[in-house]
Ligand binder design. Structure first.
Ligand code: PLP
Length: 412
């Protein structure tokens, strides 16, 4: 008999038997409030009836038709309907299976399109675990250690993180843009820089939102130097932040947008969007894969889009996010070691610091474990694991938010 690899870290010990909305029921029939949503994936809730029906119907028609050989209807329909939600000018899509694959697709595209070798990424960013995506990831050494050498051509510049040095958002933004200019002068000249790759809100890096001025600064420098701006919206897309895309909070305008997670309510699907002109610069045959744009996943994505629109889930994420934030702030004010509540919409985190003001991963983990014992599933993030994050399905209602808050209060 074999058992699971020891490198797997299991946060809650729960074995799920079934899920419904923002709830999971385990094999003993115990009910859990799922404020992890499969790491921000099941945006429409577990097993939304319309997603289930769309997937079931598609399974009976065709499951897999590899798209470089034979097209299928869900892919054609999804490609067309992405126009309803993508930023203006991004009218070409390429689909893959996971966030990491989509990040790598974006990397290939920007290098081919510009002929330049480097990408500038931002401190605390997480872009995945495949080797190229891990090379662009700086949200913790655990994602990079032990399998070096990583991919060359990645240059790291500061993200505007006000929490780390106790700065205001303006100070952090000014510092990050000054450092970026310095980076372009001393490490990666514009003529060597294909793209800036950034998350609108640091995800695994600790739920730190960027700022309007920072994204505007990136856009301005990108336009000035012929550098492309890639927004990694894997975690921040599909309503998670209370607007459809995370960058909608900041008026950012990407050249390439990377999406995954909430896109298909749990079926593996990801993609990149770019303009027709830019996408045409990808060399034929350089993008693709056996399983990309699976027909059942595309059918689930179409249903996801309908549910998000018909049930007003982006608005619900904003409203429930405010309720959750207010409650988390109240708990934090009564608990000295939670020093910050931050994030956007239903992507919120509580940071733990010790008595000396240092990030306290042990305290965050203890609170997360205690919450799990009391039936509230949560995850941690941040380089030290010091942030407990709250990312329920976007269908969560006010009663479940209140229930989660009272469990959280008891747990901390
Ligand atoms: N990019 C961001 C911003 C993410 O949050 C993640 C995953 O958490 C990824 C990329 C990688 O996605 P995946 O785990 O599907 O490969």
């Amino acid at each position: 008999m074999t058992s699971l690899s020891p490198v797997l870290k299991q946060a809650t010990g729960v074995v799920a038997a079934r899920g419904e909305g923002a709830l999971i029921f385990d094999e003993e029939g115990r009910r859990h409030l799922d404020f992890t949503a499969g790491i921000g994936v099941t945006s429409t809730g577990h097993c939304h009836p319309r997603v289930v029906a769309a997937a079931q119907e598609q399974v009976g028609k065709i499951i897999h038709a590899q798209y470089t050989t034979v097209m299928h209807r869900p892919l054609l329909d999804l490609t067309e309907r992405m126009g309803e939600v993508l930023p203006a000018g991004l009218d070409r899509m390429f689909f893959a299976n996971s966030g990491s694959e989509a990040v790598e697709a974006a990397l290939r595209l920007v290098r081919q399109a510009t002929g330049r070798p480097n990408v500038v990424v931002f401190h605390g960013g997480f872009h995945g675990r495949t080797v190229a995506a891990a090379s662009m990831t700086t949200s913790g050494t655990r994602f990079r250690s032990g399998f070096s050498p990583l991919m060359p051509g990645v240059v790291v510049s500061p993200f505007p993180d006000p929490t780390h040095y106790g700065w205001s958002r303006e100070e952090a933004t000014r510092f990050a843009l000054e450092q970026l200019d310095y980076t372009l002068q001393t490490i990666s000249a514009p003529a060597d820089t294909a793209a800036f790759v950034v998350e609108p809100v640091l995800g695994e890096g600790g739920y730190v939102p960027a700022s309007t001025e920072f994204l505007a600064g990136l856009r301005e420098r990108a336009d000035r130097h012929g550098i492309l701006l890639v927004l990694d919206e894997v975690q921040t897309g599909w309503g998670r932040t209370g607007k459809f895309w995370g960058h909608d909070h900041f008026d950012g305008r990407p050249d390439v947008l990377v999406t995954a997670k909430g896109l298909a309510s749990g079926f593996p699907l990801s993609g990149i969007a770019a303009s027709e002109e830019l996408m045409a610069k990808a060399w034929p045959g350089s993008q693709g894969g056996t399983y990309g744009a699976n027909a059942v996943a595309c059918a689930a994505a179409l249903a996801t889009l309908d549910v998000i629109k018909d049930e007003g889930l982006v608005h619900n994420a904003a409203v429930r996010g405010e309720q959750l934030r207010a409650g988390l702030e109240q708990v934090a004010s009564a608990h000295g070691r939670i020093t910050d509540v931050r994030g956007l919409g239903l992507m919120l985190g509580c940071e733990f610091r010790d008595a000396d003001g240092r990030p306290d991963g042990a305290a965050a983990s203890a609170a997360q474990q205690e919450a799990a014992r009391r039936g509230l599933l949560l995850l941690t993030c941040g380089a030290w694991g010091q942030v407990v994050r709250f990312i329920p399905a976007l269908v969560v209602d006010d009663q479940l938010v209140d229930e989660a808050l009272s469990v959280w209060e008891e747990a901390v």
